[in-house]
Design a protein around this ligand. Structure first.
Ligand code: ZN
Length: 120
C-alpha cells in the first residue's frame, strides 16, 4: 500500500501501485467521460462525412457524369479532406468516395461524380 492520487478527482488515497482511482464511482465517471469524448469525436466526423455525401448526391442528381468545379461543391459546404475510401473502377480510374458516392479529380479543379455501392 502506498499514497496514490486519484486520476479522476485528485484525492490522495492508499492503494496498490496499479490502482488509479479512489473509488469505483470515480472509476466509472472517468470511463464514462472517455466514452463521451470518443463519441463526440465520431459525431463530429460523421457530421462532416454525411454533409459531404449529401452535397455529392445533390450534385450527382443535377450533373450526373458531366464534370463540375470542385469550387461549386465547396460553396455548398463540401470538405474535400474528408472521405471514406478509394474506389478503383474497372477502367482504372481512382475515385475518392464518401460512402456510396464519390468523385474523380480532373485537371483545373473539375471533378466527375459517380455513385458506387460498397463491395467489401
Ligand atoms: Zn476519486
Amino acid at each position: 500500500m502506498r499514497s496514490k492520487t486519484c486520476i479522476q478527482c485528485g484525492t490522495i488515497f492508499q492503494g496498490r501501485a496499479n490502482k488509479k482511482f479512489c473509488s469505483s464511482s470515480c472509476k466509472n465517471e472517468y470511463h464514462n467521460e472517455q466514452y463521451r469524448n470518443q463519441n463526440q469525436v465520431l459525431m463530429r466526423l460523421d457530421k462532416i462525412l454525411h454533409k459531404n455525401r449529401t452535397v455529392l448526391k445533390d450534385m450527382y442528381a443535377v450533373y450526373r457524369s458531366t464534370p463540375v468545379s470542385l469550387e461549386v461543391l465547396k460553396a455548398r459546404g463540401f470538405h474535400p479532406d474528408f472521405h471514406t475510401h478509394i474506389f478503383t473502377s474497372p477502367a482504372g480510374g481512382k475515385f475518392t468516395m464518401v460512402y456510396d458516392v464519390g468523385y474523380k479529380q480532373h485537371f483545373d479543379n473539375q471533378i466527375q461524380i459517380v455513385e458506387h455501392d460498397v463491395e467489401a
